[in-house]
Design a protein around this ligand. Sequence first.
Ligand code: DGY
Length: 331
Amino acid sequence: MTDKPKVLVARKTFDDVVERLRAHFEVESNEADEVWSQDQLIERLQGMSGVYITGSEKIDARLLDACPGLRAVCTMAVGYNNIDVPACSARGVLVSNAPDVLTETTADFGFALMMATARRITESEHFLRRGEWRKWSYDMFAGSDVHGATLAILGMGRIGQAIARRGHLGFGMPVIYHNRSQLAPEIAAPLGAQWVEKDELLRRADHLLIVVPYSPAAHHMVGERELALMKPSATLTNIARGGVVDDAALARALAAGTIAAAGLDVFEGEPQVHAGLLAARNVVLTPHIASASIPTRRAMSHLAVDNLIAALSGGTPPTALNPEVLNRSPA
Ligand code: DGY
């Protein structure tokens, strides 16, 4: 018998992450890395005080009501649109995410995806692998330049700023951005970043980078109307969340030449991908891996563990989203 609190690790993670949890808790871990339905997750959460999740598990009011013992929900992702935070707060459940530790890695990837898109890297590789390369020609896979082109960033949080820094300092790109709030001048100036209205951002973009967090207000923030504002030579790169871009409208825009190309790491309804995007030649597709370097995935996972341990042992979770629930006396 043990009186340690019980926690569930909802997806496979690094062994030492689970070992750290075992020092504090009775742990059940999804070692087979099965993708559970909502009902299976609820079943496995019975009797659990805490849960370690990823960006894939949905934590909503129905689940919380079915798991009244749950006290902490800690995700190893920075995005938390899969968690109903107000519903957790209303039930005294602590929620944490994993910001900061993935910022530079994710910015590296956003920049790489934009460059691959602008310079048609995967499209030309597929051509070569198909054995179609017979001769050199002056315009073979000629794309657009990145250096000196206008970098337009939609969403200017930590990751947006890290991308702006790369573009401005490394590639001499004029940087424009749109965000609900404007950066303080002392933050914007070293990034060379200028705030503009969303429509102006779209009109002026040579390379549009989308890094805005998903919320109902951000749903289809870039759809048919917005794509029509862009230059036919422009590229669009989305490393934010599926749903921020209207994928069906994007597929149509790519087919019609409304914009030149797209780089996509996130999709509406992923892991399903819109058939029109799969069929398009001028799109670089990756399976939601922007933060996937080993050191960063380790750091994200350990940050979730730090939060879980603190939340269930009277400490201060370092990156809680609703720390106010800890100060509330139990009902
Ligand atoms: C994040 O951390 O939000 C990444 O998109 C992985 O889910």
